[in-house]
Design a protein around this ligand. Structure first.
Ligand code: ZN
Length: 253
């Protein structure tokens, strides 16, 4: 893609809580993916598609990923239902330059765990408590227009230790009413791709209706959008540009 084309966004959602639970359906009648798609439409300048777990191939094919600049991933209760092949496909796409924004309980999703190489475990509690997310990097594009801190009146608590590799950038740190802290917005580079984790977004709270959380998610996606897409899996044996002592040396396997 060129820098002038609209980023192509694929929002992937498990889409089970919204179907099975009335409270969640009330908050997200079109699914979490539908609400997030509205956030992108509101901002403008994106081409947005959605995919869900129970679609054929979970709505994820190599062709579709090849036409995706950044993917968002929300999953929770059915991580195990996601085919390993799908997780590998997403991982490969990221290594070749696709962006990935992993949301909330996606911390234990197969694609995230594969890309991080860790378990993604953490401590958690559902107690309707306040979350305060501190902005550690007001200079970062993901946090453009985000104040010193963002408060959510009620959220699920996620606490340290969060089993992730050291983030390349730690952008927000959460404090919870019950006393825990958590690395809430983190970035990593994997191959040619960018990965962002954004913590808030428990399904029984209206978090994805919060204007500031919507701003952070949309800006995370924009930042993670790949500007380079190429097959990074090639590992060619190559001729030298300048004379070398033994150019025809046999490679013994
Ligand atoms: Zn949750």
């Amino acid at each position: 893609m060129t820098n002038t084309a609209n980023p192509r966004v694929l929002i992937w959602n498990e889409y089970l809580h919204e179907i099975e639970n009335e409270e969640v359906a009330g908050l997200y009648p079109k699914g979490i993916h539908g609400t997030l798609a509205e956030a992108f439409a509101e901002r403008g300048g994106f081409e947005v598609q959605t995919a869900t777990l129970r679609e054929a191939n979970h709505g994820v094919t190599p062709e579709r990923l090849a036409e995706t600049d950044v993917m968002l991933w929300w999953g929770h209760k059915a991580h195990a239902e996601v085919a390993n092949q799908t997780a590998i496909m997403v991982q490969e796409a990221v290594l070749s330059g696709m962006g990935l924004v992993v949301l909330h309980s996606g911390h234990m999703s197969k694609p995230f765990k594969r890309l991080m190489g860790t378990h993604g475990t953490l401590r958690w509690r559902e107690a309707d408590e306040k979350e305060r997310l501190w902005n550690l990097r007001p200079d970062h594009p993901i946090l453009e227009g985000v104040p010193e801190y963002v408060e959510l009146a009620q959220e699920e608590m996620y606490g340290e230790r969060f089993d992730i590799p050291e983030p390349d950038e730690l952008l927000m740190l959460s404090w919870f009413q019950g006393g825990e802290v958590f690395r809430s917005v983190c970035t990593w580079r994997r191959g040619l791709g960018r990965v962002v984790y954004v913590r808030p977004g428990h399904e029984t709270y209206p978090t994805y209706h919060d204007p500031m959380i919507r701003r952070i998610v949309v800006q995370a996606a924009a930042w993670a959008t790949a500007r380079v897409r190429q097959d990074a899996s090639r590992c060619p044996n190559t001729q030298s540009f300048e004379p070398v002592p033994n150019p025809t040396k046999e490679h013994i396997l």
